[in-house]
Ligand binder design. Structure first.
Ligand SMILES: Cc1cc2nc3c(=O)[nH]c(=O)nc-3n(C[C@H](O)[C@H](O)[C@H](O)COP(=O)(O)O)c2cc1C
Length: 207
C-alpha cells in the first residue's frame, strides 16, 4: 500500500496560491520502491524508459562533414524570453565534440516519416547516419531533416555538468513548424507515432 498526493488544482481547474489544497488518499498499488543505491542498473534504465518523450536530431555541417546526434533528452519549455531549449549529452559521445564546434545547430523533431530510419540516426557508423534521409543545410551550417514537425536553428548558450552527461542549453534563433507531420514518441525503447490508433484515444485529449 502506498500513499499518494493529489493536487486539488487538477480537479477544480483553479489555482489560488497558498489556497491550493493537497488531498491524501490511500490506494492499493503493485509498485514497490527500489533504492537506486542497491538496484541493478537495468532497473534504473527500465524506470527511465517508462517516461515518454519526443526525439530530436541535432545536426550541422562542421569543416565540410555532417554531424548528427539523436537525443530523446531534448526538451522545450525551458525559457521563452530568451527562447531556450536543452538536451543532455553523454560524456562518451564522439559526435558532440565535433558538433559543438558548429556556429549554428539544426534541431529537427522527428516525425512519423522518420520511424523506419530513426535508429540509423544514432548508428555506430557515423558516415551512414543520414543515408537516404532527406535533409537540407542552411547557409548557417545548421542541418535540418525534411518531414519534421518542428525545426529550430540554435546556438549554444550554456553547458552544465550533470553526472555522466552534460546539459546543453541552446538559444533558439529561428524556427519553423509543420503540423502536417506528427511527432514520433520514444517510449520503452521503441518509437510510437501519435497517429497510432492505440495512441489516439480521444479521451486522452487535453484541452
Ligand atoms: C532514441 C535515442 C535517443 C537518444 N538520446 C540520447 C540523448 O538524449 N543523449 C545522448 O547523449 N545520446 C542519446 N542517444 C545516443 C546517441 O544518439 C548516439 O548514438 C551516441 O551518442 C553514440 O554516438 P556518438 O559517439 O557518435 O555520439 C540516443 C539514442 C537513441 C536511439
Amino acid at each position: 500500500m502506498i500513499t499518494s498526493l493529489r493536487n486539488e488544482f487538477w480537479d477544480t481547474g483553479q489555482l489560488s496560491g497558498s489556497a491550493m489544497a493537497t488531498t491524501v488518499t490511500d490506494q492499493e498499488s503493485d509498485h514497490v520502491l527500489i533504492s537506486t543505491h542497491t538496484a541493478d542498473p537495468t532497473a534504473l534504465r527500465s524506470a527511465f524508459a517508462g517516461f515518454p518523450s519526443g526525439v530530436a536530431a541535432l545536426a550541422a555541417v562542421v569543416d565540410g562533414e555532417t554531424q548528427v546526434l539523436l537525443a530523446s533528452s531534448f526538451t522545450v519549455g525551458v525559457s521563452q524570453d530568451p527562447p531556450l531549449v536543452l538536451f543532455a549529452v553523454q560524456h562518451s559521445s564522439s559526435t558532440w565534440p565535433q558538433l559543438r564546434q558548429a556556429a549554428h545547430l539544426g534541431v529537427s523533431v522527428l516525425g512519423s516519416r522518420h520511424a523506419e530510419r530513426a535508429r540509423q540516426l544514432a548508428g555506430k557508423d557515423r558516415s551512414r547516419r543520414l543515408l537516404d534521409i532527406d535533409h537540407q543545410v542552411q547557409p548557417s551550417g545548421a542541418l535540418l531533416l525534411e518531414h519534421s514537425p518542428v525545426w529550430l536553428e540554435c546556438m549554444i548558450e550554456n553547458e552544465y555538468p550533470a553526472g555522466d552527461h552534460d546539459i546543453i542549453v541552446l538559444r533558439v534563433e529561428a524556427m519553423a513548424t509543420d503540423d502536417a507531420h506528427s511527432p514520433l514518441v520514444w517510449h520503452r525503447r521503441g518509437f510510437l507515432s501519435l497517429t497510432d490508433p492505440a495512441a489516439a484515444d480521444p479521451r486522452d485529449a487535453v484541452g
